[in-house]
Write a protein that binds this ligand. Structure first.
Ligand code: PRT
Ligand code: ZN
Length: 223
């Protein structure tokens, strides 16, 4: 095992830029190399593992990395998935971060009337978040069927694959462009910093505490 603190970040996507900025604001200097899976800090005993965001929760649950930054939506979806498979998923949420904000919403054809959540009874809903959807529909006592799509969810209704979708929304432009309207918000998400539950060596934990104090300072300076 490495004696550097290992942090998993999204390699390329909506969280990457802000994760990089956050580390830099915390005084962590990284030698980024586009091609490499691992990047090293030049001024602190830290290494960055750059992966698909979907892999980050599992890497933390399994203790393969010490910290990870991930959207709460992906984190909870993976956690529910593990639990559904009879496995365990443990982590500590250290901090919610002030980026990556979005909502997971149910949307239907713009022209369809909407009378409430009961309209989804027995509907087929396309989503990349079947576990979050299932949990929500259970709390609402509405039975529905989901169909898993890991991309192009917004075209499922017009392609005749589903009656509705449950997808991430930020500005709403994607729904609009696909003739859909948002009718229920089922989950609100931001990026968050998580740590594995298995205790870290004292020096690594001290470094985590230092980073957390700095993050606190960064966000206070913004307010
Ligand atoms: O390649 P990798 O698997 O790492 O990345 P990814 O493609 O799975 O994820 P990515 O980079 O798209 O998103 C990473 C995380 O950013 C998500 O898990 C959310 O936590 C967060 N986030 C914030 C969003 C959005 N906002 C968002 N708008 N993720 C996705 N979207 C999608 C949305 O579904 C829609 O299709 O962006 C599209 C545009 O949104 P509108 O409403 O502004 O049009
Ligand atoms: Zn992903």
């Amino acid at each position: 095992m490495t004696d550097r603190l290992r942090i998993a970040l999204q390699k390329k996507g909506r969280l990457s830029k802000e994760c990089t900025e956050l580390l830099s604001q915390c005084g962590v200097k990284i030698n980024w190399n586009e091609q490499r899976l691992i990047a090293y800090s030049e001024n602190m005993p830290i290494e960055i593992l750059r992966v698909r965001d979907d892999d980050i929760p599992g890497l933390v649950f399994d203790g393969v990395v010490d910290l990870g930054i991930i959207g709460e939506n992906v984190l909870e979806e993976e956690e529910l998935g593990r639990i559904a498979a009879g496995e365990t998923a443990s982590y500590q949420k250290l901090r919610q971060l002030d980026f990556g904000g979005c909502r997971l919403s149910l949307a239907i054809d713009r022209d369809r009337p909407y009378n409430g959540i009961q309209d989804f009874a027995n509907a087929r809903i396309a989503t990349s978040y079947p576990n979050l959807l299932k949990r929500y529909m259970k709390t609402q006592n509405v039975p529905c069927k989901s169909t898993l799509l890991n991309g192009s969810v917004e075209v499922a209704p017009s392609a005749g694959l589903a009656d509705a979708i449950c997808d991430l929304v930020s500005s709403g432009a994607t729904l609009e462009a696909n003739g859909l309207k948002e009718v229920e918000v089922i989950y609100r998400s931001k990026a968050c910093l998580i740590q594995r539950t298995e205790p870290l060596e004292a020096e690594k934990q001290a470094l985590v505490d230092k980073l957390l104090t700095r993050m606190q300072g960064v966000s206070q300076a913004r307010e």
